[in-house]
Design a protein. Structure first.
Length: 496
């Protein structure tokens, strides 16, 4: 019987130890590198998105003289005079807090009216309105790049918005007083200046600026509609009002506002993610507070994390970034979102209803995408609101045309087509109906403003001019508000 050498097991310590040691050392080395990276990594914001946003605005404005510097001069002058003016008032309020809406109330306090008149005269005597008049002669409004003192555009401040809104409301009040006094030249001048401010903001790249511009335009149109049906205004003046309102259209491009929001988001990404030099990187939790995100949503309430409840994250928290979507994946989500909405913004309302935006991908974003979940803006609402804005401006243009026809002929038109071609080349478009605005003549009595003019609103149904008693704009709501029309004019009760 021959001796056989017994084979020893392969998992002897001297065989197992080297690979295990190699794995352990590799892991320790990787972990050491990861900790070092987390403690030292910084974002690399190298793209000037603010300049790109400004370029978008410039490319989509009429060419010509720039009135933006004149608007800023007017605002600067307001700031110089507002403190002395405030000290003259018992309330010691700043000029910003003057409520010009009071003058339109039926039982307005006479003392408040006197105070507002005094403010208007002060603005006029100090040359603020002269600067606005010079600006209104310009064709565009190119502002400087929107920049933040802290860097990220997410933190950009727009202090001029409140001032421009104040000046616009002041000029709307001036128009109201001028029409009441029969000073038509001053009323037209005030309207031109108001609507220039509205157009200027509608040309700007950021959606909130465009929104304020739209708000100003709608307030001016509303006050003008109220005035022209209650005053016997001559045909030349109505023609000039009409020309001023027609310059509002087309409004600044909504797609530019959406594209600017995309650029703002990509700017946020470059401050929140590392840059590996190949267009990718990881989410840096240590940057959330610097970028201003910690107070948005509930990102600081991460129950899975030992850092939950903090107002900021230490640098070591950057290690957690490996569990979240990387820079490329986040940018891809953002681009698909904005591409979809730019496509929607270029469509008519009728086309959007036939081909609605499918937001399933974005509603189902999971915990790996905290930044898109927190920051993607509600652009669908901005698109729907633009329909309402365009409807109200178009309806105002149509109403002024009807009043101009009446002032020239002595009677209201039998139908809207009577306005063509003497006053309008074509009828304004109602975004809510392919059939256009609804018009019905009831009476020739001037005191009754004897006609109905309305849009069917968001439900697309003619509800015989039924309007919301609380908020007429409910007719434009895409929620549960059905059965309402947006009424521009209806005969006054007891005057038919």
């Amino acid at each position: 019987m021959s001796d056989t050498k017994q084979r020893k097991p392969w998992f002897r310590p001297r065989n197992v130890f080297p690979p295990v040691l190699a794995v352990v050392l590799t892991f320790v080395g990787w972990l050491t590198y990861l900790v070092y990276w987390a403690l030292t990594v910084q974002p690399n914001p190298s793209v000037d998105y603010a300049k790109q946003m400004q370029a978008l605005s410039i490319d989509n404005q009429p060419k010509g003289d720039n009135g933006w510097p004149l608007l800023m001069q007017a605002l600067s002058l307001v700031r110089e005079i507002e403190e002395p003016l405030s000290r003259e008032e018992e309330s010691s309020h700043r000029l910003d807090y003057l409520d010009f809406g009071i003058i339109y109330e039926p039982n307005a306090d006479e003392n408040e009216i006197v105070k507002l008149n005094r403010a208007l005269k002060k603005l006029e005597s100090e040359g603020v309105f002269d600067l606005l008049a010079q600006a209104a002669e310009c064709t565009n409004a190119v502002g400087p790049p929107r920049r933040s003192e802290t860097g990220p555009l997410l933190n950009v401040l727009l202090p001029e918005l409140s001032g421009l809104r104040l000046l616009a409301y002041a000029r709307i009040a001036s128009m109201y007083f001028a029409i009441a006094e029969g000073n038509n030249d001053e009323a037209i001048k005030a309207l031109d200046e108001t609507l220039y401010i509205a157009r200027s903001l509608a040309y700007q790249p950021i959606l909130v600026e465009q929104s304020v511009g739209q708000e100003i335009a709608l307030k001016a149109c509303k006050r003008l509609r109220n005035a022209v049906t209650r005053r016997d205004i001559d045909q030349p003046t109505l023609s000039r009002f009409l020309a001023s309102c027609r310059r509002l259209l087309p409004l600044g491009s909504l797609t530019i506002g959406i594209e600017s929001e995309r650029l703002l988001f990509h700017d946020t990404i470059q401050y929140l993610f590392s840059d590996n030099g190949r267009g990718n990187g990881r989410l840096l939790f240590s940057q959330l507070d610097d970028v201003g995100i910690m107070n948005i949503g509930d990102i600081s309430d991460m129950s899975w994390s030992p850092f939950g409840g903090r107002q900021s994250f230490p640098a070591i928290a950057n290690v957690a970034g490996i569990a979240f979507a990387d820079r490329k994946e986040t940018a891809g989500v953002v681009d698909r979102y904005f591409d979809a909405f730019i496509h929607q913004a270029k469509m008519s309302r009728e086309q959007r209803l036939a081909d609605p935006f499918d937001d399933n991908e974005f509603r189902q974003l999971n915990w790996r995408h905290p930044i898109p979940k927190l920051l993607l803006p509600a652009i669908a609402r901005a698109i729907d609101e633009r329909d309402g804005v365009e409807c109200q401006i178009a309806g105002t243009i149509l109403m002024l045309s009807i009043e101009q026809y009446r002032a020239g002929s002595g009677h209201y038109p039998g139908s809207l087509t009577d306005l063509i071609p003497a006053i309008l080349d074509e009828l304004p478009h109602d975004p809510y109906s392919a059939e256009g605005f609804i018009y019905r003549k009831v009476s020739e009595n001037l005191e009754s403003a004897g006609y109905f003019l309305y849009s069917v609103g968001a439900d697309g149904v003619d509800n015989d001019g039924t309007m919301s008693a609380d908020n007429p704009s409910d007719a434009f709501s895409t929620d549960a508000n059905v059965g309402l029309d947006y009424v521009f004019n209806k005969p006054r009760p007891g005057k038919w």
